[in-house]
Design a protein around this ligand. Sequence first.
Ligand SMILES: Nc1ncnc2c1ncn2[C@@H]1O[C@H](COP(=O)(O)OP(=O)(O)OP(=O)(O)O)[C@@H](O)[C@H]1O
Ligand SMILES: [Mg+2]
Length: 103
Amino acid sequence: MDIDITEKQEAFINSTAFETLFGGAAGGGKSYGQLVDALLYALNYPKSKQIIFRRTFTDLEKSLIRVSLEFYPKEISQYNSSKHIWKFKNGSIIDFRLYRQRK
Ligand SMILES: Nc1ncnc2c1ncn2[C@@H]1O[C@H](COP(=O)(O)OP(=O)(O)OP(=O)(O)O)[C@@H](O)[C@H]1O
Ligand SMILES: [Mg+2]
């Protein structure tokens, strides 16, 4: 696997804080950084389950789904586009879901 990350993405991934903010311009690499972070967790912890939420499906599609399809390694992971789930050979999953606020 050959993935290069920026200094900012590295700082984000290495953060041990409970909440980490990642600011910056549109296209600055926030989604990619979050996806690398999730990918490393999925590979380091077999059978782990992660869920990444966005408010709308357009937000999921335009950022996370499209970008993850660009670089997640197909040798060890498979995307189910009807369930919006990445499944890894080690049993881990990354699930993209909609966040809905209770009224
Ligand atoms: N480390 C990297 N290596 C290769 N490509 C990258 C890297 N970081 C980001 N990119 C690419 O740059 C583009 C923009 O990155 P990304 O979508 O993560 O930005 P963003 O900060 O989430 O933008 P937005 O504010 O629009 O959501 C994407 O196509 C992504 O694949
Ligand atoms: Mg984004």
